[in-house]
Design a protein around this ligand. Structure first.
Ligand SMILES: Nc1nc2c(c(=O)[nH]1)N[C@H]1C(S)=C(S)[C@@H](COP(=O)(O)O)O[C@H]1N2
Ligand SMILES: [Mo]
Length: 302
């Protein structure tokens, strides 16, 4: 059987995809590139209280031979060091995962992530993915446009922002027990205009499989023109609100991360953003405005 591929504005040449083994072995790559302590780095270079730094420095460095460290993953609920995350994240009960959609909508509802997956036609989209720490890749995500979910619940005209929250379960997430200076649960927010943009994608799978827990199963957001911290994992709540919400990183270090977090060669006061390193090839190249999606999204910010 042949399938006809219709070109979409975000399509990238297949040659640009990050090779799947490089995706799963990111940690090893990042370590070789001197970027291994990505989770720790994010905290250490930010303006968090000193005790965060103390925690970061007291932890053992990530060793590459930890058997369960299949993938690099940034998931602060579970661990400072990515090596531990895939194992710890196994405790997420993704079989039963109600997602609450509430706030300024005509049709609020609670829907099981599995039910949502059935309801939506899933598609594959390869997007550039760029962490504020400087690494970049091109990932074939599987999911559906966020705007399709939004049309299900029908926002009221007073809704101006969409706020996403991750799970809160200190029994399984060590940082939620130990790091009381953070505002748990992890949350992110975007404007409604951003949320209904074609590129905004809710993700349930990656590289042709269902999303691993460490990557934010069963449902995560992917916003390819923004730093990956906005691409919140393991979403349990989506709220439509009038006022701009606080976000997890915004309240931890507002001086460093603005609300938009759009990828820019030089973002605010952070001179580290001029270049990025491609996972796999290790190529260093200039950061692209809006991570290369400027033609599609720049008009949102004029
Ligand atoms: N709930 C939650 N979502 C999160 C994070 C997190 O710590 N918790 N980290 C963010 C950051 S900083 C990055 S770089 C990406 C990493 O996604 P990946 O592990 O799938 O590469 O997830 C983002 N979403
Ligand atoms: Mo990140």
């Amino acid at each position: 059987m042949t399938s006809i591929k219709v070109a979409r504005p975000w399509d990238l040449p297949e040659s640009q995809l990050t090779h799947e083994p490089d995706f799963w072995n990111r940690r090893r790559f990042l370590q070789a590139a001197g970027l291994a302590a990505v989770g720790g780095g994010l905290l250490a270079r930010s303006l968090l209280p000193n005790r965060v730094l103390a925690v970061a420095h007291a932890s053992p460095g990530p060793g590459i031979d930890v058997p369960r460290a299949k993938a690099f993953s940034h998931f602060v609920e579970f661990s400072q060091w990515s090596a531990e995350t895939p194992g710890l994240a196994m405790a997420l009960d993704t079989d039963s995962w109600p997602v609450t959609i509430s706030g300024l909508v005509e049709k609020p509802r609670v829907i099981e992530a599995g039910e949502l997956r059935e309801l939506m036609t899933l598609e594959e989209r390869a997007y550039r993915f760029r962490c504020v720490e400087g690494w970049a890749m091109v990932v074939p995500w599987i999911g559906f446009p966020l705007k399709r979910l939004i049309s299900l619940v029908q926002p009221k005209s007073s809704a101006r922002y969409v706020r996403f929250s991750s799970f809160h379960d200190p029994r399984i997430a060590p940082s939620q027990r130990q790091q009381d200076w953070h505002r748990w649960p992890y949350s992110e927010a975007i404007s409604l205009a951003e949320a209904v943009h074609d590129l905004a994608f809710l993700v349930t799978g990656v590289y042709g499989r269902s999303l691993p827990k460490a990557q934010g199963a069963p449902l995560r957001l992917v916003l390819p023109w923004k730093y990956a911290m906005k691409s919140i994992k393991s979403i349990t709540r989506i709220e439509f609100v009038q006022d701009r919400p606080e976000t997890f990183w915004g309240s931890a270090c507002a001086e460093r991360y603005d609300f938009d977090c759009n990828v820019q060669p030089v973002a605010g006061s952070d001179p580290l953003q001029a270049d990025e390193i491609l996972i796999g090839s290790g190529q260093r190249r200039p950061t692209l405005p809006y991570n290369g999606y400027g033609e599609m999204v720049a008009s949102l910010y004029r």
